[in-house]
Design a protein around this ligand. Structure first.
Ligand SMILES: *[C@@H]1O[C@H](CO)[C@@H](O)[C@H](O)[C@H]1NC(C)=O
Ligand SMILES: *[C@@H]1O[C@H](CO)[C@@H](O)[C@H](O)[C@H]1NC(C)=O
Ligand SMILES: *[C@@H]1O[C@H](CO)[C@@H](O)[C@H](O)[C@H]1NC(C)=O
Ligand SMILES: *[C@@H]1O[C@H](CO)[C@@H](O)[C@H](O)[C@H]1NC(C)=O
Ligand SMILES: *[C@@H]1O[C@H](CO)[C@@H](O)[C@H](O)[C@H]1NC(C)=O
Ligand SMILES: *[C@@H]1O[C@H](CO)[C@@H](O)[C@H](O)[C@H]1NC(C)=O
Ligand SMILES: *[C@@H]1O[C@H](CO)[C@@H](O)[C@H](O)[C@H]1NC(C)=O
Length: 332
C-alpha cells in the first residue's frame, strides 16, 4: 500500500514539474521496485512518458503480458539489471512501444518462440544477458525492425529460423558469443542491401559450404574477425556481392580460392598465419577479382621481406619518439 502511495507521489511530482515546464526534454518515467513489492501490479503509463524503465532495483523474475497496460505510446521499453529469468511469449502484445526495446544485464537464458511479434519497434537491444537459446521464430513480423543487438550472450547457434519476416533488418549483431560454426543459408533472413552482419569474437572454427545461399542482397558487410576459422570453403563467396568481409584475427593460411566471380570491395585479413608461399597467388586473386585486400601480414615468417603491420607501427613509434628523446638528451 505504502509503495503505491509512493509511486503515486512520484508521478504527481513529475507531472507537476512538467506542467510548469513546457520543455519536455527529460521525460522518462522511472518505476523502481514496483513489482518487487506488489507482485501483481500492472505497470501503466501516463501521458507524456517517453519510456517505461524497470531498472536494477526491481526484482522481476518474469516479464508477462499481464504486467503492462501501455495505452499511451512510449518510445522506449527498458529493463536493466532485474533478476529476470523468463520472458513470456508475446509479452508486449498490443502494447504501444514505438521505437526501442532494451533488455540488458538480466539472467534470461532463452528467447522463446514469438517473444517479439508484430511490434512497431526499430531496435531490439539484448546485449549482455545470458541467452543460450533462441527458439525458432523468436522474432516475427516486425516491419520496422532495423537493428538487433545480441552481443555478449552465450549463443551457440545462429539459426535463420529464429528470425522471420523482418523486411528492414539492416544490422544484426551477435558478437562475443559462442558460435562454433555457420551453417548453409544461415543469413537468408537478411533482406536489405548494405546490411551489416557482425559476428566478431565468437568461436567459429568452421564455415559450411553455402553460408550465403538464399541471400539476395547486394553489398553485405560481413564481420568475422576474432574467430578460429582455419579454412574457407572453396568458392564460398562465388557470385556474391559484398562490401566488406573482415576475416582478421583468425587462423587462415590460404585465401585465394574463395571465389571465381564475386564483388568484394574490402577484404580484411590482418593477423592470420597466412602461408607466405601463397603470396603471389593471393595477390593475383585480388587483382583478378579487383579486390582490395588489406592486412596481408605474413607475421614473423617474412622470408620475402614484406613489411608487416607491426613493423610499420614500430617504425612510426620510433619516428614519433625520436625528437622527444633527443630533446631529453639535450636537456642534460
Ligand atoms: C498474483 O496473480 C496470480 C495469478 O493471477 C495469483 O495466483 C496470485 O495469488 C497473485 N498474487 C498476489 C500477491 O495477489
Ligand atoms: C489500462 O488503463 C486504462 C486507462 O488507464 C484503463 O481504462 C484500462 O482498464 C486498463 N486496462 C487494464 C487491463 O488494466
Ligand atoms: C495502443 O494504441 C492504439 C491506438 O492508439 C489503441 O487502439 C490500443 O488500445 C493501444 N493499446 C493498449 C494496450 O492500450
Ligand atoms: C506473421 O505474418 C503472417 C503473414 O501476415 C501471418 O500469417 C502470421 O500469422 C504472422 N505470425 C505471427 C506470429 O503473428
Ligand atoms: C556462380 O555462377 C556461375 C554461372 O552462373 C555458376 O556456374 C557457378 O556454379 C556459380 N557458383 C556457385 C558457387 O554457385
Ligand atoms: C613460423 O615458422 C616457424 C618455424 O619456421 C613455425 O613454427 C611457426 O608456426 C610459423 N608461424 C607462422 C605464423 O606461420
Ligand atoms: C605453405 O604452402 C605450401 C604450398 O602449398 C605447402 O607446401 C606448405 O606446407 C605450407 N606451409 C604451411 C606452414 O602450411
Amino acid at each position: 500500500m505504502f509503495s503505491k502511495i509512493l509511486v503515486f507521489l512520484i508521478f504527481s511530482i513529475i507531472s507537476k514539474l512538467r506542467s510548469e515546464d513546457n520543455l519536455i526534454s527529460y521525460n522518462v518515467y522511472y518505476i523502481p521496485g514496483i513489482a518487487e513489492k506488489e507482485e501483481n501490479t500492472t505497470i501503466s503509463v501516463f501521458k507524456e512518458a517517453q519510456s517505461v524503465t524497470l531498472d536494477k532495483n526491481c526484482n522481476i523474475k518474469k516479464l508477462s503480458k499481464e504486467m503492462f497496460n501501455i495505452t499511451h505510446t512510449v518510445f522506449n521499453f527498458y529493463v536493466a539489471g532485474c533478476d529476470l529469468i523468463e520472458i513470456e511469449s508475446n509479452f508486449l502484445q498490443d502494447q504501444n512501444v514505438s521505437t526501442k526495446i532494451m533488455i540488458t544485464d538480466t539472467k534470461i537464458t532463452k528467447l522463446k518462440t514469438h517473444t517479439f511479434v508484430d511490434s512497431e519497434v526499430e531496435i531490439i537491444f539484448l546485449d549482455h544477458n545470458s541467452i543460450e537459446i533462441i527458439e525458432e521464430r523468436a522474432f516475427v513480423n516486425m516491419t520496422n525492425l532495423a537493428q538487433i543487438f545480441l552481443n555478449m550472450n552465450c549463443i551457440t547457434r545462429l539459426n535463420r529460423e529464429s528470425f522471420h519476416n523482418l523486411p528492414r533488418l539492416a544490422a544484426f549483431r551477435m558478437q562475443y558469443n559462442q558460435l562454433k560454426t555457420l551453417e548453409k543459408s544461415c543469413l537468408s533472413f537478411i533482406k536489405v542491401d548494405n546490411a551489416k552482419v557482425m559476428l566478431n569474437h565468437n568461436e567459429i572454427v568452421e564455415l559450411h559450404d553455402g553460408i550465403l545461399d538464399d541471400l539476395q542482397v547486394e553489398k553485405l558487410f560481413l564481420y568475422l574477425a576474432y574467430n578460429f576459422i582455419e579454412t574457407l570453403p572453396t568458392n564460398i563467396f562465388d557470385n556474391r556481392s559484398l562490401d566488406t568481409v573482415d576475416l582478421s584475427n583468425n587462423k587462415i593460411t590460404v585465401i585465394a580460392d574463395i571465389c571465381k566471380r564475386c564483388i568484394i570491395c574490402h577484404l580484411l585479413v590482418y593477423d592470420n598465419p597466412l602461408n607466405v608461399t601463397h603470396y603471389d597467388k593471393i595477390l593475383e586473386f585480388g587483382k583478378l577479382n579487383d579486390i582490395d585486400i588489406t592486412g596481408l601480414d605474413f607475421g614473423k615468417n617474412n622470408s620475402h621481406g614484406f613489411y608487416t603491420r607491426k613493423f610499420v607501427i614500430v617504425l612510426i613509434l620510433c619516428l614519433l619518439l625520436s625528437p622527444s628523446s633527443s630533446q631529453i638528451i639535450s636537456n642534460f
